[in-house]
Each structure stands twice: as C-alpha cells, then as structure tokens.
Design a binder for this molecule. Structure first.
Ligand code: SF4
Length: 356
C-alpha cells in the first residue's frame, strides 16, 4: 500500500477469500497452489505489491496487476496517544475518509475497524451518523485496515491479537462484505485471528442477527442496547422503530440458544437520560437469566445533542445494581483520551475542514 489515492477501476485483491482466489486461479488456467501462495504473500508475508511476490511467475504477477488493485488506503493523519493507542484517519480512493484504531492492552493488541463510510442508523449520541451513510466499504477495504495495522506492529514484532467491529457503520447493514472480511481474518493460512478474539457489534438489525446465529461461528456478538425499554430506546436509537426492543431480545435469545455463546450488551451511559438507578433495575429485570455481560460506556460530551457525562459515582452505582441482580457488568476503560475524542469525531473534523 502506498501513499497515493488512486482512481479505482479494479476490484481489490483483499476483497477475496482464499476459496474465491482458488476459483479465480482455476478459471485463469493456473495451478491451484498459486492461490495459496498468493494468500501467503498477502497475509503472512504482507507485501505491498504484486511485484514483491517473487515465487510467482512474472506473467502471473502481471495478470494479477492487470485485474486487481492493491492500494486501498492512504494515511491522512495518525495520532498516537501516551497510552499507545494509535488512531488513523485513512483516505479511500474516492476521497472519503474512515477511522481505524489500534489499542494496546496488557493482553495484546486490539484493532477497531470501520465497515461503512458514515452510518444511517442515527444513534443520537454518535458523531459518525451526523452526515448519514455515504457508502458501504468492500470486504477488502475492511481487511486493509487490519493489514495496515499489522504492518505497523510488524516493526516491533507484535501482532493484531483481537478485532472489534465497532468503528463507524452498522456491520449488519453491510452483511456479506463483513462476513467475507471475517472469513479472511480467521483463515488459518492467513492472519489466523482466533474467532473468540473477534467481536461484531450491531445496533440490532434483527434479520441479520438470526442469519449470524446460523453462520455457526465462534465469533462474539455485541449488541448496542443503551436503554432498558422500547420507548427510551426509540428516543436514543431510531433503529428501534424498525426493529423494536422485544424483537431484538427475541433474536438474541435465539442466538444464545443456537450458539451457546454469551452476548455482550453495550450500554452508553448518558447523564440524566438512561443512567438512573431505575434504569439499572429495569435493565436487570430484562436481562434476568440471559447468558450475557453488560459493558457500560460513559459517553463523552456530545455538543450537538446536549448530552453530558454521567458522574463517576453514578456509573459505579449503575454497575452495583446490575451486579446485585447477578448481571455481570464492567465499565469500559477509555483509551486514547488525549488524542482524538470519541468515534467519528476525527472524521467529522476532517469533513468540516475539507468542506471549507
Ligand atoms: S453508534 Fe454505530 S450504529 Fe449507531 S449511528 Fe454510530 S456508527 Fe451507526
């Protein structure tokens, strides 16, 4: 991957799963093992051009170059936090910008990827949705975010150990590219990220929760719930009018029954809106008996919405109430606080400055 933004006329090589590359290789009359070699160059050796794939015949490299594009991202800015978090603003070939974050934990390096340019879901506490949805990312554009992060970590002999699909966008509104991205990430002949180290987060696109449950993977599912009832959730998340609270809960029960896996409920605490003890009590009643975990996320100040942060003691009180009812709850540790505020704000600032 280079620094230039290129006119995009060809599909990205990173769009393809190993099985799809095998089919392409076969259709092009090449020996089957070429697909494995290609996949190895992309995800194990992580080269940045077809030219570097030295064990592939020159004519085959030329054919690849004619048919596929390699460059998918260009780095507009990169911010590094004192705690090691790195936040990228990447440019795409059509001049859109996306954010990707690499977080350093004591248990490994986690990367947060984006699946859409903007988002149409409209959660009221989220900066990413303010300009609506511009377009879906291809699988390759999601893959490239991880490859880029891994190339950064290669310099210090580290690896991407986990992935969260929690950047901009609703992955279940860009379902197939997201699934192909996952197939590429978990492939044992590629980056080989453990399925249990990957989390997909949805705002509750019910039909695709059922579909995902039937995919038969070990990948974790998180759901942005943010309210303990239908009325309040509709106020905070317009998507709840399309897929009401009870339907979401039913689809999650199906997911748990089908997979035996624990769900993570993401709950953004907004001062005075959904963070009162009665909200915690109601949430505990709804989640009673479910195989789940609640992740409390104190929101940052959102000037456009007049939202304020929940006081520290109230955050702990909310957690205490859930735990009193035997609902496991944690408070999200914030990272990269000094570099770029919440999700979507870097891109929002960039859009503002390019519009001027
Ligand atoms: S929180 Fe996620 S789903 Fe909701 S608007 Fe923002 S990007 Fe979209």
């Amino acid at each position: 991957m280079g620094e230039q933004i290129q006119e995009q006329t060809k599909p990205f090589i990173y769009d393809y799963t190993l099985e799809e590359l095998q089919a392409w290789v076969k259709d092009n009359g090449e020996p089957a093992f070429r697909a494995g070699q290609l996949f190895d160059w992309l995800y194990v050796k992580r080269v940045r051009s077809f030219d570097e794939m030295s064990n592939l015949p020159k004519a085959f490299r030329q054919k690849l170059d004619d048919q596929f594009a390699f460059v998918t991202l260009s780095e507009i800015t990169k911010f590094e936090s004192k705690d090691g978090t790195v936040k990228f603003l990447f440019g795409l070939h059509d001049n859109h910008a996306i954010e990707t974050v690499v977080m350093r934990h004591n248990y490994g390096n986690s990367i947060c990827v984006t699946t859409q340019v903007g988002c149409r879901v409209g959660c009221t506490f989220c900066a990413s949705t303010l300009g609506g949805l511009k377009r879906n990312l291809t699988a390759g554009e999601i893959v490239a975010q991880v490859v880029w992060a891994q190339q950064l970590l290669d310099a210090t002999n580290e690896r991407v150990s986990s992935i969260v699909i929690m950047g901009t966008g609703e992955p279940f509104e860009n379902y197939e590219p997201t699934m192909n991205f996952l197939r590429i990430m978990i492939h044992e002949k590629g980056l080989n990220i453990g399925q249990r180290h990957i989390t997909v987060s949805t705002s509750g696109i019910v039909p695709n929760i059922y579909k995902f449950a039937d995919e038969n993977t070990q990948i974790n599912l998180a759901i942005s719930i943010h309210a303990p009832n239908d009325a309040l959730r509709s106020k905070l998340m317009p998507v709840n009018r399309r897929f009401p609270f009870n339907d979401v809960m039913e689809s999650l029960r199906y997911y748990i029954a089908k997979t035996g896996r624990r769900i993570t409920f993401e709950y953004a605490l907004i001062g005075g809106v959904n963070d009162r003890p009665e909200h915690a009590e109601e949430l505990a009643q709804v989640l009673q008996g479910m195989l789940c975990h609640v992740n409390l996320i104190p929101v940052n100040h959102v000037p456009e919405r007049n939202y304020v942060r929940t006081p520290r003691d109230d955050i702990f009180e909310f957690q205490r109430i859930l735990e009193k009812h035997k609902i496991n709850a944690t408070i999200r540790r914030e990272q990269g606080h000094d570099i770029a505020a919440a999700c979507g704000q870097l891109r929002a600032k960039h859009m503002e400055s390019t519009a001027r």
